[in-house]
Structure formats: structure tokens, C-alpha cells
Design a protein around this ligand. Structure first.
Ligand code: FAD
Ligand code: NAP
Ligand code: SF4
Length: 678
């Protein structure tokens, strides 16, 4: 092995005897919605082929059902018959053409199913899923085991190189293991040995059916993060049992879906849970795979080099950049588009029943639909604004062969991302700016910073196309006293670092209001950058003495030194409009820090006393030092009329086009789509 190869541990192959993984990077399982989409398997074939081409060692598909009642929801994908398996051949063939390996993930949702036929080890309902499960009879337990075996055999028939048994995240297998969901008194319940019989029987019978030369990865819940979860001794016993039953790889699962601890959001430190995998690795002799918030080659390399795992699972990073592994191998680290852990286009979409994509890479899961083909007619294009929309447009247009000049009034690229990245827990946003900088360099884009562009200058340069990506201006409010010195905007606070007092009212509880509250409530400890601080803040026992990793452990919170009120006019729950999979984390964080979240507020005015409001028909004055306005935004398109009047070909993207409900996902996606066509 070369000593000069960076990431040498991550990039070395793994020999399983009968097959070899090209690198130590596993593309982890993600339900993308392609499983059920029209012509979804054809699209999935190209989606996975791109990742196989990109150097991933082993791809794991999204979860496919192993029985009619075990599927996630009505119409969810399953592999139950030879006809089902035949349709998968295109996926395995395309991955193999690109030199990759692929395993089918097999999933039985149990009580985590969104349909009334949900099944369970017992009739104990999940706190977050709506349907009480039908408790399986002894014969039905056997049928569900055979379901796994049947699907594994069909996967082998379809050309898969292996299967992954989904044994974590609170799905059926997990439900058998924990008394939280299993109070049976037959051979599948009672003491741990009996509760663990279900997964061991699944693995044993699969191995017997598929023979020795087929990968069986077992996703093992190493830390349940729920009350009445498994103890560490039980986890170890299970891992040893799974190994003895014939598994080839043990992969890390962290937290049931119903756990109230974040496990993959951007506020979770990178590689936060690799220490758990490291402890298990010492107990078994088959390869173990770490997961959760591993998003850069440095983090992956460190985990493997330090002996915490043999493999690393990266799921969302493979949405962000299919060429992740190859770029790392070729010394092109700066060219890697890093997953920022936002969940906005992947997991949030899954939970909304939409096809996944990626905020930083709109081509993800749309490989056959959003294609950047070289242009036959190179145009001279000006892009005004180097925020996410302008950057996205400039890079795709230049990649296609257009001649692009990019202008920004600011002294750096990034627009509002330069504000967002300063919010504790959003540090990853800098990675996107680093990536775009590398792309601007790669495509020799002509960048002009500190340049406030006027319509006249643009017209004098005779561009073929002008792209206005000029973003937004914060909404101005019409409240008496709004010009008072106490009143600040979110830009004043984060960007201009204007001093903020100890008592604060925030007007507007959208994404930015929450971020400002987080910014102001934060103390010295940044738990999103410090693994042990994160564990303390969420009450996770790093000694692994506590059942489920949490029982009896009190979170250690650093309360806010400011008194903060976060206000909105709507009477709905404060923060109801935040991200599907991350909103609860923001709300929980602020609640723990003592931030008051108040809805149904009417703003009356600002004066020396503070902010005058009406709440529940009662006039009140919030005695605050500062009032910070986070009340939404309006499009910034001052140049538009003059350019249009002069007959220029002008296009609006991002906030300049529509500020309402704008986020970076829409800005980047819209701009990339325009650039793909122009
Ligand atoms: P902008 O980012 O506003 O960029 C516009 C650029 O145009 C600016 O750099 C400006 O200097 C330049 N410009 C304007 N006029 C001119 C001119 N005449 N000449 C030259 N340059 C000009 N979004 C998410 O998706 N997820 C999040 O978690 C998230 N968190 C956020 C947190 C905060 C605190 C903030 C403030 C925003 C957050 N956002 C988030 C929103 C996201 O940053 C915006 O949606 C996104 O930046 C909009 O991109 P844009 O390119 O349209 O505009
Ligand atoms: P926003 O989410 O639309 O929130 C604006 C807030 O201001 C609302 O709470 C609204 O609540 C209030 N408001 C609107 N008009 C008002 C008025 N005239 N007077 C007083 N209050 C008013 O906008 P944002 O917070 O500025 O965020 C901008 C975008 O950035 C968002 O759309 C979001 O997608 C994105 N972002 C996302 C995240 C994330 O974590 N995903 C984080 C930050 C930003 P009431 O009308 O009820 O008062
Ligand atoms: Fe990562 Fe966000 Fe893309 Fe999901 S949408 S893959 S979390 S960058």
C-alpha cells in the first residue's frame, strides 16, 4: 500500500474471501421513493450505477418489504415473488457493469408501518405510528422469518451480491429484541435469549438458503436510545449470535425512529457514534461498519485508521456526490460536494412521500431527468449574485461550456449562507461554499467580488443572457416605533455583530427566527462540534451501562444566559413549519434552553419600555433590551425593470424570483435546471 495515498485506510479493498469490496465505503440504505416510482427501478439503476462508478465498495438499496403485512405503507415496495425479482435485474446489471457490488436491504416494518395491517411481536403500539399492531401468533412468526429467507433467495436470483437484514431503527426485528415492544410468553419472548431467537433464526435460515458466497450484512441496533431498549451486554450477545449464524458484516444502527435524540441531523457532530461501533468491534471477528454523520473522507479515514470500524457507511453523502470515493482517491478532496446533514431534500422528502434528492446536488435520484449536456452554442452570460442560486447556475452553465461572469456586491461568495453557517449547528454550510469555490476555479469562471452591478454596466457588456440571482431583502415591518434603536435585523445580529442585550424578543418564528434564537441562546459549549458535549446534552451514557444508552441519565443543559421570547402571529404551534425531520430538534433545543415560544401575538409598537403586544386579548409590554426582526423576506430585483426595458434577456432565480418559502434547496435546484437548459 502506498504511504503517500491520503485516506489509505478508507480506500483499501476488503476481501471477504469469495468477493472483494473495492473500498471500505458502503453506500448506506436510503428509501428514496424510486422504489415505488413510475419506472423507478430503471431510474434506480442509473442512480446506483453512478455511485458504483464513483468507487463505492458496496451499495445497499433502500428497504424492500419481506411480507405483505411487513411493508412500510400501502403500496410500498417489496420483493416477494420471482416477478418482483425479475424487475430488479436491471439494477444489479447496471451496478455490475460499473464494477460495483450491491445488496438488497430487507425490511419488515412491524409496528412502524403506516397501514392498518401492521404486525408486531406484541400488541404494543409505537408512540409515533398510528396503527396498533396485530400480535403475531407463533406460526405467523415463523411465516415472517420465512419471508426474509424468501426475499433473500429472490435477491440472489435477481443478481444481488448480498442482502442486508434491517435489524435496527425500531423495525420488527428490533421490536422482538426489546421488552418495550415484546411481552410474549412463547419461545419468541421472555428472556433475552428467547427474544433474540427471531433475528438469529432469520440470519441462520438465510445463510442456509443462499450458501456461503453471498454477503449477509446485519444492521444491528447498537444503541436504541429509547426506554426499555437493549443493554450493552444484550447487544454484544446478539452480535456474537449474528456472527455465529452466518452474517458477513455487522452494520451500526443508532436509535429507534421514536427516539427523541437526534442521530443524523446537521447538529449531530461528525462521526458522533463511531465510539459505539469501536466497542462492538472488539467483541466480534467479522467486519463491522460504522455510520451516522460520516460525511468527509477525513472522518471516514480516521474511524478506520483508529480501529473503530472496518467499514464506514455513508448514505446521504452519496446523494451529495456520487464520485465521493473516486475524488478522494484522485486527490480531488476540494471537488467533493459534501453532505451538510440538512435532511431537507432527502429524509424530509421521504417523510412527505416525495422522491428524495439532495439540496446540494439536485441531480440526485434524477440522473435520467436532470442531465447537464455540453452546449452547442456557447453564450456570454452574466450572473448577478453569488448566493446559492447564482453559484449553482454559474457552475452548471460553465460546466456545459458557456462563458460565465459572476458578480457579487459582497467580499465573498455565498450570500445568505455566510449568515447561516454562523448559527451553532450549521457549521457544515461552509462545506458547500468550499465546494462551489473549487468549482468556480475548475471551470475558470470569471468572478467579480465587491462589485455592486448596475443595469447600465450590464447593458454595456452586451451579454447574451443575464441571470438575476440577487436574493432577498428582509421584510420591513409597519409597526409604530420600528425605527427605535432597540430594533435590529437578523443581519445586524449575525453578520454585523451588533451588540444584543440580555432580554430579547424575536419577531417571527420561521427558520431564521429559530436560528437567531439558537444563536443568542448559545453558551460556550458547541455540542455540534464536540461529541462528548453532545452526548451529555442529550443524556447518552458513554459508559454503556444504561439500558438503551439512556435510562436514568439526565441531560446536562447549559441554559441560556439571555431571556428570549420567540414570537409569531399565527396561533399554530411555534415551529410547525420547520423541516419535517429536524423541526422537533430545534424546538427541543430551544425549550431546553428556556426560550419562551409564544404564538397568537399581535404587535402594537416599540418604545423605551420594550415591545408592546396583545396576547390572548390582553395588552402587555415585553420589557426587552432588543427586538430582532425575522419576519420573512421580499425579492431583491432592483435591476429587473431597467434591463427588461432595454430588451435584455433576463432570468430570475432563487430569492430574486420568489422570496416566499424560499430555501437553498429551491434556489439551487431552480438555478441548476435553468442552467441545464439555457
Ligand atoms: P442570497 O443568498 O440572498 O444571495 C444573493 C446575493 O446577491 C448576495 O450575495 C448579494 O450580495 C448579491 N447581490 C444582490 N444584489 C446585487 C447587485 N446589484 N450586485 C451584485 N451582487 C448583488 N436555507 C436552507 O435551505 N436551509 C437552512 O438551514 C437555511 N438556514 C438559514 C439560516 C439563516 C440565518 C439565513 C439568513 C438563511 C438560511 N437559509 C437556509 C436560507 C438560504 O440561505 C437562502 O434561501 C439562500 O441563500 C437564497 O439564495 P439566493 O442565491 O437566492 O440569495
Ligand atoms: P419564514 O419561514 O417565512 O418566517 C417568517 C416569520 O415571520 C413567520 O414566523 C411569520 O409568522 C412572520 N411574519 C411574516 N410576515 C410578518 C409581518 N408582516 N409581521 C410580523 N411577522 C411576520 O421566513 P424566514 O424565517 O425569514 O426564513 C426564510 C427561509 O429560509 C425560510 O422559508 C426557510 O425555508 C429558510 N430557512 C430554513 C431553515 C431550515 O432549518 N430549514 C432555517 C432558516 C431558514 P407570523 O406570520 O405567524 O407572524
Ligand atoms: Fe445531505 Fe442535505 Fe443533501 Fe440530504 S439534502 S443528502 S442531508 S446535503
Amino acid at each position: 500500500m502506498s504511504t503517500t495515498q491520503p485516506y489509505e485506510h478508507m480506500l483499501q479493498p476488503l476481501d471477504l474471501g469469495y468477493t472483494q469490496l473495492r473500498s471500505r465505503v458502503i453506500m448506506g440504505s436510503m428509501h428514496t421513493g424510486l422504489e415505488e416510482a413510475h419506472e423507478g427501478l430503471e431510474k434506480m439503476a442509473e442512480f446506483f450505477a453512478a455511485r458504483a462508478k464513483g468507487g463505492v465498495g458496496l451499495i445497499i438499496t433502500g428497504g424492500f418489504g419481506t411480507s405483505a403485512r411487513g411493508v412500510l405503507g400501502p403500496g410500498s415496495a417489496a420483493v416477494l415473488t420471482e416477478q418482483d425479482a425479475d424487475k430488479h435485474k436491471i439494477v444489479t446489471q447496471r451496478v455490475h457493469q460499473e464494477g460495483g457490488l450491491i445488496a438488497l436491504q430487507m425490511l419488515n416494518a412491524g409496528r412502524q408501518a403506516y397501514h392498518p395491517q401492521a404486525i408486531g411481536a406484541s400488541d404494543i403500539k409505537s408512540p409515533i405510528y398510528p396503527f396498533p399492531p396485530h400480535p403475531l401468533s407463533t406460526q405467523e412468526v415463523d411465516d415472517e422469518i420465512e419471508g426474509f429467507v424468501n426475499t433473500a433467495a429472490l435477491a440472489q436470483y435477481a443478481g444481488y451480491d448480498g442482502v442486508e437484514v434491517m435489524g435496527s431503527e425500531g423495525y420488527l426485528i428490533n421490536q422482538f429484541l426489546a421488552t418495550r415492544a415484546n411481552n410474549r410468553d412463547d419461545q419468541w419472548g421472555g428472556d433475552y435469549e428467547s427474544r433474540m431467537r427471531f433475528p438469529l433464526e432469520i440470519v441462520r435460515r438465510i445463510r442456509a438458503r443462499v450458501g456461503p458466497k453471498f454477503i449477509i450484512s446485519y444492521r444491528l441496533s447498537m444503541l436504541d436510545l429509547v426506554p426499555d431498549g437493549s443493554t450493552w451486554d444484550e447487544v454484544v450477545a446478539l452480535a456474537k449470535g449474528v456472527e455465529a449464524a452466518g452474517a458477513s458484516i455487522i452494520s451500526t444502527g443508532i436509535g429507534w425512529h421514536e427516539a427523541r435524540i437526534p442521530t443524523i441531523a446537521t447538529s449531530v457532530p461528525r462521526g458522533a457514534f463511531s465510539w459505539v461501533t469501536g466497542k462492538l468491534k472488539k467483541e466480534v471477528s467479522i467486519p463491522v461498519c460504522s455510520s451516522n454523520r460520516i460525511n468527509t473522507p477525513e472522518v471516514a479515514e480516521q474511524i478506520i485508521a483508529e480501529g473503530e470500524a472496518d467499514l464506514v457507511s455513508m448514505a446521504r453523502p452519496m446523494l451529495a456526490d456520487p464520485e465521493f470515493v473516486n475524488k478522494a482517491r484522485q486527490g480531488l478532496r476540494k471537488q467533493i460536494n459534501i453532505c451538510i446533514g440538512c435532511n431537507q431534500a432527502c429524509l424530509d422528502h421521504t417523510f412527505m412521500g416525495r422522491r428524495s434528492s439532495c439540496l446540494v446536488n439536485p441531480q440526485a435520484c434524477h440522473e435520467t431527468e436532470l442531465v447537464y449536456t455540453p452546449t452547442q452554442h456557447s453564450k456570454k452570460i452574466a450572473v448577478i449574485g453569488a448566493g446559492p442560486a447564482g453559484l449553482s447556475f454559474a457552475v452548471v452553465a460553465a460546466e456545459r461550456g458557456h462563458s460565465v461572469s459572476l458578480f457579487d456586491a459582497g467580499d465573498k461568495i455565498g450570500g445568505q449562507f455566510n449568515i447561516a453557517k454562523q448559527v451553532p449547528g450549521k457549521e457544515e454550510f461552509q462545506e458547500t461554499l468550499n465546494y462551489y469555490q473549487a468549482q468556480l476555479d475548475k471551470f475558470n469562471i470569471d468572478v467579480h467580488l465587491n462589485t455592486q452591478v448596475s443595469a447600465e454596466t450590464l447593458l454595456n457588456q452586451h451579454y447574451d443572457e443575464i441571470i438575476l440571482a440577487t436574493g432577498i431583502t428582509p421584510r420591513a415591518l409597519d409597526i409604530p416605533g420600528i425605527d427605535h434603536a432597540k430594533v435590529l435585523s437578523y443581519i445586524d445580529v449575525i453578520l454585523h455583530k451588533k451588540p444584543v442585550g440580555k432580554k430579547v424578543a424575536i419577531i417571527g418564528a420561521g427558520g431564521i427566527g429559530f436560528d437567531i434564537a439558537e444563536y443568542l441562546a448559545h453558551g460556550k459549549i458547541n455540542a455540534s462540534l464536540d461529541k462528548m458535549a453532545f452526548m451529555k446534552e442529550w443524556g447518552i451514557d458513554t459508559t454503556l451501562q444504561a439500558r438503551g444508552g439512556i435510562s436514568g441519565i439526565e441531560p446536562v443543559i447549559e441554559p441560556s444566559t439571555r431571556e428570549i421570547s420567540l414570537l409569531q402571529r399565527k396561533t399554530s404551534k411555534v415551529g410547525a413549519g420547520l423541516g419535517k425531520t429536524t423541526g422537533w430538534i430545534h424546538r427541543a433545543n430551544l425549550a431546553k434552553k428556556g426560550v419562551h415560544m409564544i404564538n397568537g401575538v399581535e404587535y402594537k409598537g416599540v418604545d423605551e419600555q420594550g415591545l408592546h403586544i396583545v396576547l390572548n386579548d390582553e395588552a402587555r409590554c415585553l420589557d426587552v433590551d432588543n427586538i430582532i426582526i425575522c419576519a420573512g423576506q421580499e425579492p431583491q430585483r432592483a435591476l429587473l425593470a431597467e434591463l427588461q426595458d432595454a430588451g435584455a434577456s433576463v432570468h430570475l432565480v432563487g430569492g430574486a424570483d420568489k422570496a416566499m418559502e424560499l430555501d437553498a434547496k429551491r434556489a439551487i435546484d431552480q438555478a441548476a435546471r435553468l442552467a441545464a437548459e439555457i
